[in-house]
Write a protein that binds this ligand. Structure first.
Ligand SMILES: [Zn+2]
Length: 81
């Protein structure tokens, strides 16, 4: 019997079969970074989310910070995509 890897990263459903494999793969990587659970640097709750492009906001204590489009990083971003 062949053992299957249970922790395989599943594909995202959003794009279906469109746009080609490479684009779907890149989109999946960025999307996962975007939707990752983050802690608020002020109050520590996990409700820290992106509000609009470049603005990250905690819905609990209303703390706002301007940062990257897809990730909160306070250092200069290296192009990894
Ligand atoms: Zn907060």
């Amino acid at each position: 019997m062949v053992k299957r890897n249970k922790h395989k990263i599943s594909r995202l459903k959003g794009l279906g079969v469109k746009y080609g494999a490479t684009v779907r793969k890149r989109y999946g990587m960025i999307y996962r970074v975007l939707k990752r659970k983050r802690r608020c640097p002020k109050c520590g709750s996990i409700k820290f989310d992106r509000k609009v492009q470049g603005i990250w906001c905690c819905s609990k204590c209303n703390y706002k910070v301007a940062s990257g489009t897809y990730d909160v990083s306070f250092e200069k971003s290296k192009s990894k995509y």
